[in-house]
Design a protein around this ligand. Structure first.
Ligand code: SF4
Length: 448
């Protein structure tokens, strides 16, 4: 029996390839987690040209990488057995045990996305840091950390877990040793926000305690401030259900945590069901930019690329906006960029998803999110990019071409400037493109 130590998927992949190339049967090899593999050097290497390049379906590798995050030490052996069967017998169906592991890791990843709760601490230099302690079931910290870095890119944060800790300083992701629960701060001002957020998204019409404890396992409750609310919320459910029925339909308002900071809002919007648009989109797309930006740009809604990537203005219109901002001398990283509607509205035509303009009801339903962003960022000037943004911000229909390029007062001493949406510039006839682009740059220059 050969004992082969591996520390991560990449290492398993390289060693498993060598073993398969050497025709070492699964019964003759035992993988271990991170021990010394004194016998690995004995594995016969394939003679040059004896087997040639081993090719494995890409889908298997992707699934194997997920399975490799499972905590069960048997996972490496099971993966090797599956790999050996694929290469030697051409069998691609994976054993049930591997599929169960893949599902368990997938659930664990989903739960970590949903249940990590950052607590705010302030360092000596006044720079706020956010710290979360979490106990995942499997070795998923390195896998999920980039998701948090993207989602909470403007925050300095640390996610501490018993196995491994992840640190983000707004530029670089680093990993360090695991830490005990006692090393994470216990109470802070975010706790109240989370509680009020949870109370607002708690849907009494769907109280199902068994399902709730399955989705939010009791062992995570100690790290979740909102868990203390559950008994009270359940007992008040009937009265709240009645109130919800009486409330006017179609508003994000019950989902918006009052007075919350941007990262909390960005997390809360994921639970919004204020209108029907959440049902078909991949994810909501919240705004991005400095918390105290002086200039805010508001578009209509996320497009296809934004919906997939979860970030505003990253598709073709966003690239055009970047170019126009550059020509206008505006640094995009100093601007807060968002949309009037947070979910992508589209209709499917074959494989394509074609943009559909949100109607007035959807714009109104989503306005509480935009209002919350404006209150938190407190910009001096807001630029409405196109008619939908102008409707949401100005509360009426605007004739964009007639009213663009002049400042209008908004409540709170802010100014509103209306211009076209950059997607308009993509649609104008070729002959008019240069002139329209120049007008757009001129509007942005006025804003800056
Ligand atoms: S579009 Fe706005 S109101 Fe509608 S579900 Fe999405 S976030 Fe909520």
């Amino acid at each position: 029996m050969r004992q082969v130590a591996v520390e991560n998927f990449q290492e398993w992949r390289e060693k498993a390839r060598a073993l398969v190339a050497g025709s070492v049967p699964p019964d003759d090899v035992r993988f271990t987690d991170g021990l010394q593999d004194s016998l690995f050097a004995d594995v016969p290497m394939p003679a040059a040209g004896s087997r040639g390049r081993i090719s494995v379906p890409r889908a298997f590798l992707a699934r194997a990488e997920i399975v490799s995050l499972h905590r069960d030490p048997k996972r490496w052996d099971l993966l090797y057995r599956a790999l050996f069967r694929i290469v030697n017998d051409g069998l691609s169906n994976e054993p049930d045990e591997l599929l169960a592991m893949e599902q368990a890791v997938g659930r664990d990843i989903h739960k970590m996305h949903a249940f990590v709760r950052f607590r705010k601490i302030v360092e000596d230099d006044g720079q706020p840091q956010y710290v979360a302690w979490y106990r995942p079931d499997h070795h998923i910290v390195k896998h999920v950390a980039p998701w948090f870095a993207e989602r909470f890119g403007a925050m300095h944060w640390a996610i501490l877990t018993p196995d491994l800790s992840a640190y983000w300083d707004t530029k670089t992701l680093r990993f360090g040793d695991g830490v005990p629960r006692s090393a994470a701060p216990q109470e802070d001002e975010l706790e109240e926000l989370w509680r009020s957020y949870y109370a607002s998204i708690f849907n009494p019409a769907r109280v199902n305690v068994r399902a709730m404890t399955r989705e939010m396992p009791v062992r995570h409750w100690s790290t979740m401030p909102e868990a203390t609310l559950i008994p009270t919320l359940v007992s008040n459910a009937r009265a709240r259900e009645q109130q919800m029925r009486e409330r006017a339909p179609g508003s994000a308002e019950p989902f918006v945590p009052v007075g919350a900071e941007l990262p909390v809002l960005a997390a809360a919007v994921r639970a919004c069901k204020g209108c029907e648009l959440y049902a078909c989109a991949t994810q909501p797309v919240f705004g991005e930019g400095p918390e105290r930006a002086r200039l805010m740009l508001v578009g209509e809604q996320p497009g296809d690329q934004e919906d997939l990537q979860g970030r505003p203005f990253v598709g073709p219109a966003g690239q055009l906006l970047d170019r126009a901002l550059q020509e206008a001398g505006v640094d995009r990283s100093s601007v807060y960029v968002t949309n009037a509607v947070k979910h992508f509205k589209f209709e499917e035509r074959g494989k394509r998803r074609i943009h559909k303009k949100p109607d007035g009801g959807e714009v109104a339903a989503c306005r509480p999110w935009l209002t919350a962003e404006i209150e938190r960022v407190d910009p001096q000037l807001i630029v409405a990019l196109g008619a939908t943004a102008a409707l949401s911000l100005g509360g009426r229909e605007f004739a964009i071409q007639k009213e663009r390029g002049r400042m209008m007062p908004l409540p709170g001493g802010r100014q509103l400037l209306i211009t076209v949406h950059p997607s308009f510039l993509l649609r104008v006839p070729e002959a008019a493109k240069a002139a329209e682009f120049a007008r757009f740059v001129q509007d942005l220059r006025l804003a800056s």
